[in-house]
Design a protein around this ligand. Structure first.
Ligand SMILES: Cc1ncc(COP(=O)(O)O)c(C=O)c1O
Length: 363
């Protein structure tokens, strides 16, 4: 059986390092906010090319706390896409703001800057571009719009650890970058984890207080926070895996090249790769009018492809009444929902397995 993502294989390739990291934490007796979290924050900030980072419990919390530390909440509007992990939109709602959902660019499936510009009102405070499937959004256009309208930019980098846009790592371009270390992500923990990065150190420090009830180092507060701590065990595992991230991403890229070459000339649509950027292939998504038939044929051959996403955020029950979409709707988002599928993609997938996927699709 070939599955869409397989975090077990990551454990198998780095078992000794992961077990050593866990043993080290267990024997240290220091399980919450100790040296492993501090060291991983430093290493990850350096990797992203930013001034500072705060380790958190999840990518969702990174988005929520970024908004809170920008004083964005009730009565404010935040622009993002409907075609994303539901987490992006749930974070805006959890922060108390209204998600205003815009359409996507039909070539890259990332946020459409023209759609953003039209959605801005007097209440808009921030834009959350999502670097979807491992590929950066059009950050030049987004940052230009944000500057013109005095809006914050929070990059949702959950699917794109290590990706670059015009030479810069994602997360270092906007006011804040939010990462998820969910086990299937390009840098995956053995459980939940997240990180906020920024070049504004006072902002990073504010998020650091918010992650633990609002406490400062003296356990005094000037605003209430939550509990969203990255734990020592996950930080130690992530710190051990970080030096391998670029190599994992290169493996994903070579599988992506195999898929692209193998599927060229078929009637399957391949997404465009943004020029002068580094795509890290969190997912390898294709589009076809025969999507459901392809999913069935793949499954019959033991290949389990995914669909990211079948239902856009604005159509999810419970979310629909809380989100705003343009009156003309989201035609590009709607058009791709029945067409997309995600082929198996993870660093340990073998070239032969990828070739089998290609051959089933071609047949
Ligand atoms: C685009 C995107 N944003 C946010 C998240 C939320 O991350 P987490 O599951 O760590 O809360 C995810 C991961 O599922 C994601 O893919």
């Amino acid at each position: 059986m070939i599955i869409c993502a397989n975090p077990l294989t990551q454990y198998q390739s780095h078992g000794a390092e992961i077990l050593e990291a866990i043993r080290h934490v267990l024997e240290s007796g220091n399980y919450i906010l100790g040296p492993e979290v501090a060291a991983f924050e430093k290493a990850f900030a350096q990797y992203c090319g930013v001034s500072g980072a705060t380790g958190l419990n999840s990518g969702t919390d990174a988005l929520i706390l970024a908004l809170r530390a920008m004083d964005i909440g009730a009565g404010d509007e935040v622009i993002t896409v409907s075609h994303t992990a539901l987490a992006t939109v749930s974070a805006v709602i959890a922060a108390g703001a209204t998600p205003v959902l815009t359409d996507i660019d039909p070539d890259y499936y990332t946020i459409d800057p023209a759609s953003v510009e039209k959605a801005i009102t007097g209440k808009t405070r921030a834009i959350i571009p999502v670097h979807l499937y491992g590929q950066a959004a059009d950050m030049d256009a987004i940052t230009a719009i944000a500057r013109k309208h005095n809006l914050k930019v929070i990059e949702d980098c959950s699917q794109a650890a290590g990706a670059r846009y015009h030479g810069k790592r994602v997360g270092s371009i906007g006011d804040a970058g939010c990462f998820s270390f969910y086990p299937t992500k390009n840098l995956g923990a053995i459980g939940d984890g997240g990180m906020l990065v920024s070049n504004d150190l006072s902002f990073v420090e504010r998020v650091r207080r918010l992650r633990q009830y609002g406490w400062n180092e003296q356990r005094a507060t000037d605003e209430p926070g939550i509990n969203s701590r990255l734990d020592e065990m996950q930080a130690a595992i992530l710190k051990a895996k970080l030096p391998h991230l670029d190599r994992y991403n290169e493996k994903r890229a070579s599988l992506a090249r195999l898929y692209r070459e193998g599927l060229a000339g078929t009637d399957i649509t391949l997404l465009k790769e943004r020029p002068d950027s580094l795509h890290v292939w969190h997912l390898f998504v294709i589009a076809s009018e025969k999507r459901d038939a392809l999913l069935e044929k793949l499954a019959a051959s033991g290949i389990h492809a995914g669909v990211h996403y079948r239902v856009p955020a604005h159509l999810h029950a419970g979310y629909d009444r809380l989100c705003r979409i343009p009156k003309e709707g989201l035609p590009q988002t709607d058009a791709l929902l029945k067409k997309i599928l995600s082929l198996p993609m993870y660093p340990e997938l073998t070239p032969d397995e990828a070739k089998k996927v290609i051959s089933v699709l071609k047949n």
